[in-house]
Design a binder for this molecule. Structure first.
Ligand SMILES: [Zn+2]
Length: 154
């Protein structure tokens, strides 16, 4: 077969005499020169002959009526009754509670002063008028101790 060879559909249409006269003439000219297309056309002709030779099998009765009769003979089933769910809102409630808890936990962990503020407060003591470890010249009541960091400030 070459690129100019017809597709098998065209050969099948040729075999079934469904091509117009011009296409049929072009295909006749091609088949006269192309051995492969001629062999393929012979195979298609043999296949058609074999299919036509198959016996025409018939049931002898209407199968659909038999099936309908069997379906009608089945006992009627009661419609399936669905029991109402006891806690229909439970999955949504559990999800909402989990989301709220997670959101609060994440939000509080981001704003908690424990870990984030302590190094900053300790660093700022360097700039205090009294150096860390220095003697206090004022009253202890003037100083406030941070409950989280232990840092003292005025
Ligand atoms: Zn060909």
């Amino acid at each position: 077969m070459t690129d100019e060879c017809p597709r098998i559909e065209a050969l099948s249409m040729y075999l079934d005499a469904q091509l117009d006269a011009a296409a049929c003439a072009r295909l006749d000219a091609h088949l006269a020169t192309c051995v492969r297309c001629r062999a393929l056309l012979d195979d298609l002709f043999g296949l058609r002959t074999d299919l036509r030779a198959l016996a025409d099998e018939r049931l002898g009765f209407d199968l659909s009526q038999v099936i309908r009769g069997r379906i009608a003979a089945l006992p009627a089933r009661a419609p399936e009754r669905r029991t109402p769910r006891r806690w229909p809102w439970l999955p949504a409630g559990v999800g909402a509670a989990a989301s709220l808890t997670l959101g609060l936990t994440m939000g509080l962990s981001m704003t908690a002063p424990v870990a984030a503020v302590a190094p900053v407060a300790a660093t700022l003591e360097v700039f205090a008028p009294i150096a860390p470890g220095g003697l206090c010249v004022g009253m202890p009541a003037c100083w406030r101790t941070d409950a989280w960091t232990g840092a003292r400030s005025r």
